[in-house]
Design a protein around this ligand. Sequence first.
Ligand SMILES: NC(=O)c1ccc[n+]([C@@H]2O[C@H](COP(=O)([O-])OP(=O)(O)OC[C@H]3O[C@@H](n4cnc5c(N)ncnc54)[C@H](OP(=O)(O)O)[C@@H]3O)[C@@H](O)[C@H]2O)c1
Length: 257
Amino acid sequence: MESLKRMFDLKGRKALVTGSSQGIGRAIAAGLAEYGADVMIHCASNRAKAEAARAEVEAFGARSGIVAADLADPGAAAVLRDATREAIGDPDILILNASVQIRKRWQEVTPEEYRVQADTNFASCLWAVQAFAPAMRARRWGRIVTVGSVQQVRPHPDMIVYSALKLALVNLVRSLAPDLAKDGVTINNLAPGAIETGRNEKVLSDEEYRRKVESKIPLGYIGEPRDCAGMALLLCSEAGRYITGQDVYVDGGMGMP
Ligand SMILES: NC(=O)c1ccc[n+]([C@@H]2O[C@H](COP(=O)([O-])OP(=O)(O)OC[C@H]3O[C@@H](n4cnc5c(N)ncnc54)[C@H](OP(=O)(O)O)[C@@H]3O)[C@@H](O)[C@H]2O)c1
């Protein structure tokens, strides 16, 4: 029988993780590299942080590279594909993690703020799947993971566009899963709960706000980026080959019905 341990081995696999210069994306990139994958790092513009993430990945012996691109630009998917191909080859694993989050009361959201979140958080995932899935299908092996949010089911009132787009990713996953499955490509949504990253450092430094968030988490504490890496590894490895079209929460129980 196939060794379960070996089924988690990603040696010979190539991955692109969007938004991997920090936070959850960086932890997933490091986790995939630790299990043997070559990993392309992506950022919007922060090259210094991307370099640090690349060094972390390379410390595991992985090949790596960096690509900077604003995902609000529909041309970004081609930039990501070409740069990744040149640095490590066509990826077998695509983690669509980057997003922008604009906190505003719903009455004050502008059309431009809507557009930038819709383009970056939802449309860019569709363009990326269009750009990367054909090579995965041709090889009859691929793993795609969108990164959603517990806000799919616990929407924050000041993030109406962000939370709606995260739920839209679940539909994207369900729409594409049956077609991609024909060629050995799985697609799933990983929905983190409250995870301490650069994005929420400031709000979580307010002790009262932090306690309010913690009180909504059955496990009682805010997660670390690394807490999302184990699930990503499962979904992207041979061990996760029978999982597709799913919406999986890594949230300390925050989103449970
Ligand atoms: N942290 C949480 O509590 C939490 C909870 C639920 C869901 N999530 C989701 O988990 C994912 C990662 O969150 P995080 O907290 O780790 O994020 P983060 O710390 O804010 O990091 C965001 C990453 O995305 C990149 N990025 C930002 N805007 C971009 C754009 N327009 N185009 C391309 N790349 C862009 C950033 O690049 P630069 O460094 O160059 O700016 C960075 O690498 C997101 O999808 C988020 O919605 C997070």
